[in-house]
Design a protein around this ligand. Structure first.
Ligand code: GTP
Ligand code: MG
Length: 451
């Protein structure tokens, strides 16, 4: 893929729109140098490549807009693969806005979200997974998320899926060679080798799919629900984890009616914590009933349930169990400062006090043990797929799951080849072998402007 010479030259402020010491205006495209030249009375063309050059940006009347440091990158040795000019100016909002306006007046077009990275992708500077890695990097809120984003930006995921795709392509070539010679059947030896290959590709896709939950947890945080009977201290737990009085706490049972969501970093993980209405059977209050219904629903979907009980009260008849295979439930005995009822002995519950802070270190460690992959600290790869990759891998896996038994049963090779090609196309979509611009638009629109 190459860019056409008609491509507009785009410009955007690459830094956040808030007063700061420095702000960056980025211009990319075939006319980037000419535009930067107009802005600086000819300074850009004389600037040495990749060297910061003091440059005065002037308005139409020759009045100073800002004294900036200009860096020029000649394509293809630039982020986008095109000519790029970056002005580092005084980061005031009006200063930056005026620099941008000047670039637009000199012939640039305002860049859309992610347009610089999209251009980099179109120019083959990075594959689609790497572009997504850039986005993940900017959005990362924990160190692990950061590491995973870097691995993706460096191309680990793309390499894995492209290797699987190459291997599949060889299998297709084999199968299709036999289609061309209908009088010949695939020999048992070749058939066995093909089967083995396809099965190993299917297994590697399965392995990647298995990282989907981890990917979501790293990108979006752990969906955590604080669940329990009224008055057990759920809102107190939310407040304590957040470090401020976010939710109303009172000794009246049924205080929390609606669910409250907040994000909090616990160790290396980001928890998306939801405090819910206490669940009890006997209530005539319709608002509370609705709250209870929502609590139950949220509990179903959570990755982690913090199930709260009053340690000083007798043990509940039934203790909560995970609602699905990937859900973890931590049994918490709150109000341990008031003592522990003997019936809780051997329950495995974690003693906690929202009043004096007892047990919070143990809780944090327990959460990390349950949710952080154990091999994270020994330098293993942290490849984690996102929802789009998951969808592609599922489609590829389904096509392979059809083709493999067909091959085993000696079905029509033309049919098998169709399935294998479906799998290959789905795999190709991951790194960005796409036919449609629409998908690209959807992916890059989630970026920020100026990236
Ligand atoms: N002694 C003691 N009291 C606590 C502790 N945690 C919470 N409480 C008290 O228990 C009462 C209920 O606390 P909340 O946090 O409002 O309980 P909740 O589970 O959110 O209650 P609902 O919203 O009504 O379901 C309040 O009076 C808190 O001060 C604790 O660890 N020790
Ligand atoms: Mg509450």
């Amino acid at each position: 893929m190459t860019h056409s010479s008609h491509r507009p030259t785009i410009a955007a402020i690459a830094t956040a729109s808030a007063p700061a010491a420095v702000g960056v205006l980025r211009i990319s495209g075939p006319d980037a140098l000419a535009i930067a030249d107009r802005m600086t009375a000819g300074k850009a063309r004389r600037a040495r490549e990749r060297m910061a050059t003091l440059s005065h940006v002037l308005d139409e009347q020759g009045q100073l807009i800002d004294e900036t440091l200009l860096t020029v990158f000649y394509g293809p040795r630039s982020y986008t693969g095109e000519n790029v000019c970056e002005f580092a100016g005084h980061g005031g909002t009006l200063v930056m806005r005026s620099l941008l306006d000047r670039a637009l007046a000199c012939g640039a077009t305002l860049a859309g979200p992610g347009e610089f990275t999209q251009q980099a992708f179109l120019n083959g500077k990075l594959d689609l997974t790497q572009a997504e890695g850039v986005m993940d990097l900017i959005a990362a809120q924990t160190h692990f998320a950061l590491r995973a984003a870097h691995e993706q930006r460096e191309g680990k995921l793309g390499q894995l899926t492209e290797a699987a795709r190459d291997s599949l392509l060889e299998c297709i070539a084999h199968v299709e060679a036999y289609i061309d010679f209908p009088e010949e059947d695939i020999s048992p030896e070749v058939g066995a080798i093909l089967l083995q290959r396809l099965e190993s590709i299917a297994a590697s896709l399965e392995q990647l799919l298995a990282t989907a939950d981890r990917g979501r947890i790293l990108r979006e945080g752990v969906r955590t629900v604080i669940f329990g009977a009224p008055n057990t201290g759920k809102s107190s737990l939310l407040n304590r984890l957040l470090g401020y009085e976010r939710a109303i706490v009172s000794q009246i049972a049924g205080t929390t009616r609606d669910s409250i969501e907040e994000s909090v970093k616990v160790g290396s993980l980001l928890l998306r914590l939801t405090d819910t209405a206490g669940v009890r059977d006997e209530t005539d209050d319709v608002v509370e009933q609705e709250g209870i219904r929502r609590s139950a629903l949220l509990r179903q979907q959570a990755d982690l349930v913090l199930a709260l009980f009053d340690a000083s009260a007798p043990r509940a008849a039934t203790l909560p169990a995970p609602a699905h295979e990937h859900q973890h439930v931590i049994l918490i005995l709150n109000k341990i400062d008031r003592g522990c009822h003997p019936s809780w002995q051997n329950s495995g519950g974690l003693p906690l006090s929202c009043l004096d802070g007892t047990g919070f270190d143990a809780l944090e460690k327990h959460i990390a043990d349950l949710l952080l992959p154990h091999h994270l600290d020994d330098g293993h790869s942290l490849v984690s797929i996102n929802a789009r990759h998951q969808d592609c891998l599922r489609r590829a896996g389904a096509a392979l799951a059809t083709a493999i038994p067909q091959l085993r049963q000696g079905s029509d090779l033309a049919l098998i080849s169709i399935e294998l090609r479906t799998a290959m196309d789905a795999l190709g979509e991951i790194a960005g072998h796409l036919d449609t611009e629409d998908i690209l638009g959807v992916i890059f629109s989630r970026f920020c402007i100026g990236k």
